[in-house]
Design a protein around this ligand. Structure first.
Ligand SMILES: Cc1cc2nc3c(=O)[nH]c(=O)nc-3n(C[C@H](O)[C@H](O)[C@H](O)COP(=O)(O)OP(=O)(O)OC[C@H]3O[C@@H](n4cnc5c(N)ncnc54)[C@H](O)[C@@H]3O)c2cc1C
Ligand SMILES: NC(=O)c1ccc[n+]([C@@H]2O[C@H](COP(=O)([O-])OP(=O)(O)OC[C@H]3O[C@@H](n4cnc5c(N)ncnc54)[C@H](OP(=O)(O)O)[C@@H]3O)[C@@H](O)[C@H]2O)c1
Length: 394
């Protein structure tokens, strides 16, 4: 292995959050940034969610794409037509399919990786060790080769993303086949995954954005191509919507918006379900009232289902092995603190130079009613980084 080279920052992950981090750090002209990702293709939004309708306005994707000067340089030097001009033509006040947002992130990434201050490395960060001089030695495994390299930096930023959560269910796991939520959120793949001409029932768990879009896709499928498909919807709370208040949004991060909110209001509420199209295909299973009642509902209804899809949130993807002076940092010793965009150990001491952003490390926000949420979204990542990244530069 060649001797490690030194750089100003190492950014792990090239989804929207990693891109936003690189854009913010470039503006600060700190020196060379090493950026690592196996694909450099806009992360999960491009790989998995191109067919998902957005729950944010087009204007917010535009605001993300023009928020930092390096992004503007990429846009200004791109041949027309391009992903930015396509997005600019959409109604800015409406939502759009995420393929538009993914294409903008891909186009920005393509331009950013060509910049002199960026060294883009296709591969995985497998480990990082902090030594007594507050320098991280970051180990990178390149794609398609056994070669590993090490780099030294005082700033390591984790933008490693999250994947759908799988929770245990109180029935034997082999009694029902699990469906990948990512597949259910992709109608073109869902159609070929489920049997077309034999009866099957899909259990959908949850009542947030992912769950409602899963229901919407399954109802569409049953109406259009899979007439024998039925749905059991396991939900433990009423439908919750984002609400515009005076200058702020109640449930901005957890409430239903956009197409999911329209579908839920029109077809899934207790008042509409019995007569809606969805109601002809779907049975609501009330799982409220505590764990015992919830468990009883699963035991009663899940055995009649052929498939199970859980839409119960997202869990951080595995992180590289992190250590300090050779001792592995355990999960107890790695506490995310979005107030400064970094991590503390079990004693509350800051782990020097380690930062995070994106769906895996979102900002904790408190609304005027005192509700706590996590700010997940392209422009929310950008706003957060504008606040905290100046501290990383010092
Ligand atoms: C279904 C869905 C719909 C959404 N819709 C919207 C929306 O409409 N509007 C909005 O603003 N937001 C939306 N979001 C929220 C958010 O913008 C996306 O989740 C976004 O993709 C998160 O970006 P990220 O960069 O944090 O993570 P990701 O997109 O997951 O990117 C992480 C990247 O890190 C790489 N990586 C991981 N580990 C390593 C490693 N060890 N070494 C190197 N690379 C690594 C991965 O390969 C990946 O490329 C949605 C989220 C979901 C789940
Ligand atoms: N573009 C889009 O429309 C779209 C689509 C999907 C996701 N997203 C984004 O992605 C992020 C994640 O959204 P999400 O909808 O997947 O998840 P989420 O907002 O994290 O919500 C998870 C939901 O799962 C429920 N839940 C957790 N554990 C459960 C269990 N064991 N059984 C039943 N329910 C359980 C929670 O209910 P409790 O409150 O009862 O715990 C909560 O409602 C958000 O930022 C969202 O905006 C956007």
């Amino acid at each position: 292995m060649s001797p490690p080279q030194r750089c100003a920052a190492v950014v792990v992950g090239a989804g929207p959050a990693g891109l936003a981090v690189v854009g913010n750090l470039l503006e600060k002209q700190l020196g060379k940034i090493i950026w690592i990702d196996p694909y450099f293709q806009a992360g999960r939004v491009n790989r998995k969610y191109r067919e998902v309708p957005s729950n944010t306005k087009v204007a917010l994707f535009q605001a993300f794409a023009t928020a930092v000067q390096p992004f503007q340089s990429v846009i200004n030097s791109s041949r027309i037509p391009n992903a930015f001009t396509t997005m600019a033509k959409l109604d800015q006040e409406k939502t759009c399919h995420l393929h538009h947002a993914a294409d903008v992130v891909r186009a920005l990434t393509e331009g950013i990786v060509k910049m002199d201050q960026v060294y883009a490395c296709r591969g995985h960060v497998t480990a990082a060790n902090l030594n007594h001089t507050r320098s991280w030695t970051v180990r990178i495994r390149g794609l398609g080769s056994e070669d590993e390299m090490e780099v030294l930096t005082s700033r390591l930023i984790l933008c490693t993303g999250s994947s759908p959560t799988q929770a245990p269910v109180p029935v034997p796991e082999d009694s029902v086949q699990r469906l990948d939520l990512d597949v259910v959120l992709k109608p073109s793949e869902l159609a070929s995954t489920l049997p077309q001409n034999s009866p099957s029932t899909v259990a959908v768990v949850g009542a947030s954005h992912s769950a409602i879009l899963a229901l919407l896709n399954l109802v569409d499928l049953a109406r259009n191509s899979h007439p024998h498909l039925r749905i059991k919807w396991f939900t433990r709370h009423p439908l919750r919507y984002a609400e515009c208040k005076d200058g702020w949004i109640l449930r901005d991060n957890t409430g239903l918006k956009g197409r999911a909110a329209d579908f839920a209001r029109q077809q899934l509420e207790d008042s509409t379900l019995p007569t809606s199209e969805a109601g002809q295909i779907l049975t609501r299973i009330d799982c409220s009232g505590g764990q015992e009642k919830e468990s009883a509902q699963y035991q009663r209804h899940l055995p009649t289902c052929s498939y199970l899809v859980q839409a119960v949130g997202y869990t951080r993807d595995p992180l590289p092995d992190l250590s300090i002076a050779g001792s592995l940092i355990t999960s107890n010793d790695l506490n995310w603190d979005s107030s400064f965009g970094g991590f503390t150990d079990r004693n509350g001491l800051v782990i020097p130079g380690l930062h995070g952003a994106g769906i895996a490390f979102p900002e904790r926000v408190v609304d005027p009613y005192g509700n706590v949420e996590h700010a997940v979204g392209f422009f929310k990542f950008m706003k957060f980084l504008k606040r905290v990244s100046p501290q990383w530069a010092t």
